[in-house]
Design a protein around this ligand. Structure first.
Ligand SMILES: [Zn+2]
Length: 466
């Protein structure tokens, strides 16, 4: 590792330098490789010098039972650790042992980022929903729990193909991707009218802050705002849900924006790609004998074959599934081609319920502003391609004050137009996660994937038709 950082390495005759090295791992692994206290210790925060304290829940106090033995970190104003304070052992209680990573020229504090998958999704989001739905001291009424779960089932058919799992009623054991989907997309919708205004505003601080930090488009612009929101979320969490709310993962929310400053939006330093790849690696091993050798050989084969087949990848978009069923705006003369689906580089649009709402025009000459469109057909006329659909006539703020949802491309959509219209496909900026708002005759739209290609260049891309 030391050689890699100082000398770099050669790949296909090209010398590659390694400038910055970071270690993405969960809390126990990070404590193990850095030789520090584990996440249940009182001096375990890797970013600040907060000292944890034992906390007892009201239920444990009431029943006079033995506390579960949790450590909480309610203070949010402690001094931050630095590489120097780490190496000089300013806080000896933080360290368990010497770490061999200290021999490397890395920042022992900042180059071990807090992994958003474990800290935010599996940690903080899970803790929040377990508190409001299952904790007997702070949960909402059984009536509202039932309604929230019904809302989860209601929005389930609207889960687009890009999300890993469809929404389902809450349980304490959900997958990280489900918690991620709830905090970014479905949470604000399914909780509407089922939390008190204070509690709903508290959840929105978490949702808006993590939405900003997950967005490549917004995180730089609003990072200080997100940092303030997360600090407010942690402080108000102690007021609303008691000291026991502020466990290790909730406390770490106040530090995660600093990692975004160093490494970019949350997904760029999360453990999702590594955890996803574990399944791939596991499937490469077919029998118990010599597993490592099997995996290395299969990976070498894959590397070789991908070099051959990746050549045909396209940067633009690809139409799929030609048909003649319409709808169309005017009578066709036979030269047109209609399609059911279009694949962009990082999302799919098609005329089905969960993937149809999708397109949004922005700064568009024809559309004069932003539009959220429900697509019904794709058509190619000569060398031009169009989407055919209906637009919502009213796009307004979804959240109560002080949050302004259109600033994050989130809208309350009403009054779907009765008239079919068509727009050039190059005006599509991103796919929209559209779901009904329970008990309202309106929809909520959230941008899910943005079109990565430059829109001006897009028009000149040679299309590949299937
Ligand atoms: Zn801390």
């Amino acid at each position: 590792m030391r050689d890699l950082i100082s000398k770099g390495f050669d790949h296909d005759g090209v010398s590659i330098k390694v400038r910055r090295c970071s270690f993405v791992c969960d809390a126990p692994a990070r404590a193990f490789i850095s030789g520090t206290k584990y996440h249940t210790g009182k001096n375990s925060c890797s970013r600040c010098t907060v000292v944890g304290e034992n906390a007892i829940t009201p239920k444990e106090m009431r029943l006079q039972v033995r506390p579960k033995g949790r450590i909480v970190y309610p203070s949010t104003t402690c001094a931050l650790r630095t590489d120097e304070s780490f190496r000089e052992r300013f806080d000896p209680e933080h360290h368990n042992s010497y770490s061999c990573l200290e021999e490397l020229e890395i920042d022992m504090v900042l180059d071990l980022p807090l992994d958003p998958m474990h800290v935010v999704d599996e940690g903080a989001c899970h803790k929040y929903f377990v508190t409001i739905l299952f904790d007997s001291d702070y949960k909402i009424s059984p009536y509202h729990v039932k309604r929230v779960n019904e809302n989860m089932s209601l929005v389930s058919p609207y889960s687009p193909c890009e999300v890993a799992r469809k929404t389902r009623p809450f349980t304490a054991k959900m997958k990280c991707t489900e918690w991620r989907q709830i905090r970014l997309y479905t949470g604000p919708v399914v909780l509407i009218n089922h939390l008190s205004p204070d509690r709903y505003a508290h959840f929105l601080t978490f949702h808006v802050a993590t939405k900003i930090l997950s967005s490549p488009r917004f995180y730089r612009k609003y990072i200080n705002y997100a940092k303030e929101l997360l600090l407010t979320f942690v402080r108000n969490g102690v007021i609303l849900y008691g000291n026991t709310f502020c466990v290790y993962n909730i406390h770490n929310l106040i530090h995660i924006a600093n990692d975004c400053e160093n490494f970019g939006p949350m997904q760029s330093f999360s453990a999702y790609p590594f955890e996803n790849h574990l399944g791939v690696i596991k499937r490469l091993s077919r029998k118990s004998e010599k597993p490592l050798q099997q995996v290395v050989k299969r990976l070498a084969e894959l590397d070789h074959t991908q070099k051959i087949y990746n050549v045909s990848e396209t940067e633009g978009f690809v139409f799929k599934f030609e048909h003649n069923d319409g709808p169309v705006l005017k009578k066709l003369n036979g030269d047109e081609k209609q399609y059911r689906q279009v694949n962009f580089k990082n999302f799919v649009l098609c005329a089905t319920k969960r993937d149809n709402c999708a397109a949004k025009g922005d700064n568009c000459e024809l559309l004069e502003g932003n539009l959220v469109v429900i697509i019904e057909n794709f058509i190619e006329i000569g060398s031009k391609q169009f989407i055919i659909g209906r637009a919502f006539e009213s796009l307004t703020n979804l959240y109560p004050e002080p949050f302004y949802s259109p600033g994050l491309d989130i809208y309350k959509c009403e009054n779907l137009s009765g008239t079919l219209q068509q727009w050039p496909i190059e005006k599509v900026l991103f796919k929209v996660y559209l779901m009904p708002i329970p008990n309202f005759s309106s929809f909520c739209s959230l941008s899910i994937r943005r079109h990565v290609a430059n829109l001006n260049k897009l028009a000149t891309v040679k299309l590949t038709k299937v």
